[in-house]
Design a protein around this ligand. Structure first.
Ligand code: BG6
Length: 489
């Protein structure tokens, strides 16, 4: 199978915060890969804008180093021509020293971007700058129909701040020009979720509470908070992961089939899921904070605050109150410093209504596992007869479709989420971006949970580095006669 790469129209992209971590790790290496793949062609300008004193030559050097560091393992398609490709890519780069709140750099930036072309403004900066940047772009005449902005999370820290951000950018950009990134939506398997559900007849008739016992969504990380203590301690797992990434996965799993795979059709359905979520009571949620283990410091130590009540782990039981899902709980959990890095969605079907086999053949249920990382793929657990003599004993085996095996390594070398999403911005396709009302609805649900913790003065439970999280999280499911799946890659 040979993948088709459709080149995008030439564009000008301004990366505000162009010397930041995201630009270095994801945006610049991602753009280079799309260039290598032939998707970025022609007269393109990529302009880094930041406070750091640097000239265009310096920025090209910065980008070359970022690409060398973060593109490892992803050879440019041009093979031996890699240096030539890199040179051609770097020639597209420019740099402007810019004061987001003052006047410095703006005339130069305006000269570099060309009206009438696709102009994308990537706000890879602190959210407090979103409003001022949008205003400045507008005031100096850099906004026309083909202009668009990309904003990064965190999109607010609660409903109120999200509303303020929405209002600030909406003053100068229409909703069709705003691309709110949730990089989980750019992951290959996440999109595959929609292909599996809506491209096959097989699953959809069973996709409801009559046949599905429950759904588990796990996003487990091995890393801790690293050097992000300042941000993370004000956010916690609920704001950092649950409100956005896990909520988006839940939406895609639970939504009704949209009439078309079009931005508003998809986002309307996702919004309905969020609005159908019941409030989560204290008995439905468990919070945790990791301890150190001699080699690695604990959370409290890393943030330098013994009294911190921020969670690095959260598990909860959610209910989607509508016809399709009444009676099927969704168990969601995410945390740092856990046993393994793994993200998956497990759809656990009900047991067969009646077993025709002997009691000792056991009870078996089908599980459809959608694996997001580290190895992307889909696995369907089916029950078969244990081979060989010895009567009718049943055993569960996986029908495993690893994308790398099924499609070949080259095909399964998927673009990173950021690459795909940036290309969607240029193409003007908002399907995989969050709409303002979606973000606000997600905050309204999350805020109530966080408020509850605050009112009750609740501190998180501790859990060991390398474990599966606090024991109480196990109880959350045990109480319902169910079990979490093992956290394993
Ligand atoms: C980010 C969070 O949005 O997602 C991080 O801020 C987290 O805390 C990261 O580590 C996880 O992303 P991925 O793609 O590595 O699963």
């Amino acid at each position: 199978m040979v993948s088709r790469v459709i080149p995008v129209e030439p564009f000008d992209l301004v990366i505000f915060g162009g010397t930041g971590d995201l630009a270095r790790r994801k945006i610049l290496p991602g753009l280079f890969r799309r260039f290598c793949a032939g998707q970025i062609q022609g007269d393109v300008r990529i302009i880094g804008a930041a406070r750091a004193e640097m000239d265009t030559e310096g920025y090209r050097q910065f980008a070359a180093e970022a690409i060398a560091e973060f593109n490892q393992g992803h050879d440019c398609d041009h093979g031996e021509d890699q240096p030539a490709s890199l040179k051609a890519f770097l020639a597209m780069l420019h740099y402007v020293v810019l004061d987001a709140l003052g006047d410095e750099g703006w005339p130069k930036l305006k000269d570099l971007t060309r009206p009438g072309r696709i102009r994308a403004y990537y706000f890879s900066v602190a959210p407090r700058l979103f409003g001022p940047l949008a205003e400045k772009l507008h005031d100096i005449g850099m906004v026309d129909d083909k202009a668009r902005i990309v904003v990064e999370k965190p999109f607010g820290r609660d409903l109120q701040s999200a509303k303020e951000l929405n209002r600030a950018i909406a003053t100068h950009f229409s909703e069709e020009q705003i691309y709110r990134i949730d990089h989980y939506l750019g992951k290959e398997t996440v999109q595959n979720l929609m292909a599996i559900r809506f491209g096959n007849l097989l699953f959809e008739p069973l996709w409801n509470s009559q046949y599905i016992d429950h759904i588990q969504i796990t996003v487990a990380e091995v890393v801790g908070i690293g050097t992000r203590g300042d941000y993370y301690d004000r956010a916690g797992a609920m704001r950092d992961m649950m409100q956005n990434h896990l909520m988006q996965l839940l939406c895609l799993i639970a939504m009704e089939p949209p009439a078309k795979f079009k931005p508003d059709a998809v986002r309307d359905e996702k919004l309905k899921v969020i609005r159908a979520l019941d409030p989560v009571g204290p008995e439905d949620v468990v919070r945790g904070q990791y301890e150190g283990n001699g080699e690695r410091p604990g959370y409290i130590h890393q943030v330098g605050n013994r009294d911190t009540k921020t969670e690095s782990y959260v598990a909860l039981r959610a209910r989607v109150s509508n016809w399709r899902w009444a009676g099927t709980p969704f168990y969601l959990r995410t945390g740092k410093r856990l046993r393994e890095r793994t993200s998956e969605i497990a759809v656990v079907f009900k047991d067969a209504p009646h077993s025709i086999f002997d009691e000792d053949s056991g009870r078996h249920s089908n599980i459809l596992t959608i694996k997001l990382q580290p190895n992307e793929g889909i696995e369907l657990g089916v029950t078969i007869k244990e081979p060989g003599p010895g009567g009718m004993r049943l055993v569960d085996v996986p029908l495993d479709m690893s994308f790398a095996e099924a499609l070949g390594p080259e095909e399964a070398d998927f673009p990173d989420a950021y690459e795909r999403l940036i290309m969607d911005v240029i193409r003007g396709n908002q399907t995989l971006f969050m709409r303002g009302d979606e973000v606000e609805a997600a905050w309204a649900w999350t805020d109530a949970i966080i408020e509850g913790w605050k009112d009750r003065g609740e501190a998180p439970l501790t859990y060991a580095t390398g474990s599966s999280g606090p024991d109480d999280a196990l109880m959350l499911m045990h109480r319902d006669g169910r079990r979490w799946r093992e956290i394993k890659a």
